[in-house]
Design a protein around this ligand. Structure first.
Ligand SMILES: CC(C)(COP(=O)(O)OP(=O)(O)OC[C@H]1O[C@@H](n2cnc3c(N)ncnc32)[C@H](O)[C@@H]1OP(=O)(O)O)[C@@H](O)C(=O)NCCC(=O)NCCS
Length: 183
C-alpha cells in the first residue's frame, strides 16, 4: 500500500513504491523528457530513484511523489518537494517530470501548486524554490505560474541553473488572509 499525500481536481500525489518502476521508466528513461539532465535514467537508475525518494519520505517527511491521473489511474509523472543544496544552504525544492504524451494539459502546474500549498502549510519554511536549467522554458513557465520569480543563478551538479523562489510572504499575499494563521 502506498500513502496518498495530496489530491487535486484531476490528480493524486502518492508515495512511490518499488512496483512503480516500469511506469516511472516511461518518464525518466525517456531521452526527450530528460534532455535538460546529463542522461536519461537506466533501469538501475530508476530503481535507485524510487529507493532514494522512499528514504526522503522517512528522513524529511516529503520527496518526489507519484502523479496519478484520477480518470484512468495511470502514473503519468512525479511532483514533490526535495531538499537541495543551493550555494551551501539546504532549501526545499518543488520538482516535476511528466510523461511526454501528457505535456501541455496543465498537469504540471496543477501538481506544483498543490505542492507549494502543502509545503507552506506543512513545513515552517520561509521560502520554496525550483532549480531550473535556463533553456528549460516549459519548466520555467510552470515555476512562474506557481508564483515564483528568479532569485539568482547557481551551479547545481556542475550545471548552470536558475533558482526560482516564492517567499512565504508572497504566498500569503497570493492566497489571501485565510492562510496567514497557518504560517
Ligand atoms: C516541465 C513539464 C513538467 C511541464 O509540464 P506540462 O504539464 O506540459 O506543463 P503545464 O501544461 O502545466 O504548462 C505550464 C505552462 O508551461 C507552458 N508550456 C508547457 N510546455 C511548453 C513548451 N514546450 N514551451 C513553452 N511553454 C510550455 C504551458 O503553456 C503553460 O503556460 P501557460 O499557462 O502560460 O500557457 C514538462 O515539460 C516535462 O516533464 N519536462 C521534462 C522534465 C523537466 O524538465 N522537468 C523540470 C525539471 S526543472
Amino acid at each position: 500500500m502506498s500513502k496518498q499525500i495530496l489530491e487535486t481536481q484531476r490528480l493524486i500525489l502518492r508515495e512511490f513504491v518499488a512496483d512503480d518502476i516500469d511506469d516511472l521508466a516511461r518518464i525518466i528513461s525517456d531521452a526527450e523528457t530528460m534532455k535538460y539532465y546529463p542522461d536519461p535514467f537506466d533501469r538501475h537508475g530508476v530503481e535507485e530513484w524510487i529507493a532514494r525518494n522512499r528514504r526522503r519520505y522517512t528522513a524529511h517527511g516529503h520527496g518526489l511523489w507519484a502523479m496519478i491521473l484520477k480518470s484512468s489511474g495511470e502514473l503519468i509523472g512525479d511532483c514533490g518537494i526535495t531538499v537541495q543544496p543551493v550555494d551551501g544552504v539546504q532549501e526545499k525544492e518543488i520538482g516535476y517530470h511528466l510523461r511526454r504524451d501528457c505535456w501541455k494539459q496543465g498537469f504540471a502546474i496543477e501538481a506544483a501548486r498543490a505542492c507549494r500549498d502543502y509545503g507552506f502549510s506543512t513545513f515552517p519554511v520561509k521560502k520554496l524554490i525550483s532549480l531550473i536549467r535556463p533553456d528549460n522554458l516549459p519548466s520555467r513557465r510552470v515555476a512562474e505560474r506557481n508564483g515564483m520569480k528568479i532569485w539568482k543563478e547557481t551551479l547545481h551538479k556542475d550545471l548552470p541553473h536558475l533558482v526560482y523562489v516564492i517567499e512565504r510572504s508572497e504566498f500569503q499575499r497570493l492566497k489571501g488572509p485565510a492562510v496567514i494563521s497557518e504560517a
